[in-house]
Design a protein around this ligand. Structure first.
Ligand code: HEC
Length: 190
């Protein structure tokens, strides 16, 4: 094998690695719990580029093997148990309040948080990764964040491991939604 050929192969392998890493990163952004994609070792030196795109972007090959991020909770909100949500919120009360007019603690006051702008409690000093987020707390965002806060907002100062059970997240989000003068509308189709 001449050295040009070897160089070409090396370049292809390196490029494939970079693309694999990038698509893995993007996949993790979209599906935080999926842990990146699968990059099969059984491809030739050229088509892994293409193959990893297809697999990682469309998840066609994962589905059955591992869940892509937290289980959605939108379908569970209408029937969520508010009393159960209040109990789960006890895990949060060392750092948060949810009642109207209640103060910040270690974390910002959460009254009216569902649907509200992210990091918008003026009297609270947010970490910069959280302060830099734009948009508002949709049900889907809260579901992702509460599943694994540190994965959803890298560098957040919310020292809480997360709620792994979809039922718990749905209950606490429904409870927080109810603590509001004008609760956010439930997602369509409820
Ligand atoms: C150990 C303390 C702690 C616990 C426990 C905790 N949080 Fe937090 N939380 C924080 C801190 C601190 C922040 C601000 C994070 C930042 O600035 O990075 C925060 C931020 C938040 C935000 C974003 C608020 C905003 O104004 O945008 C939400 C929503 C939230 N927490 C919900 C919860 C819920 C629900 C629970 C319980 C299931 C919980 N947290 C448990 C400390 C905590």
């Amino acid at each position: 094998m001449d050295s040009m050929k070897i160089n070409k192969i090396l370049a292809a392998v390196l490029l494939a690695g970079v693309v694999a890493m990038t698509t893995g990163f993007v996949t993790r952004l979209i599906h935080p719990a999926s842990g990146g994609g699968h990059h099969g070792a059984d491809h030739g030196p050229v088509d892994p580029l293409y193959a990893s795109y297809i697999k990682d972007d469309h998840g066609a090959d994962h589905g059955a093997k591992e869940p892509a991020g937290p289980e959605p909770i939108v379908g569970m909100l209408a029937s969520a148990d508010l009393e159960a949500g209040k109990k789960i919120f006890k895990k949060c009360t060392s750092c948060h309040t949810a009642d109207k007019g209640a103060p910040n603690k270690v974390g910002p006051a959460l009254f009216g948080i569902v649907g509200n702008d992210i990091a918008s409690v003026g009297s609270f000093s947010y970490s910069s990764p959280m302060a830099d987020l734009s948009g508002n707390w949709s049900y889907a965002d809260l579901n992702q964040f509460l599943y694994k806060p540190k994965a959803y907002v890298k560098g957040t100062k919310m020292a809480f491991p997360g709620l792994k059970r979809a039922k718990d997240r749905a209950a606490v989000i429904a409870y927080l939604r109810a603590q509001d003068d004008t609760p956010e509308a439930l997602p369509a189709g409820q």
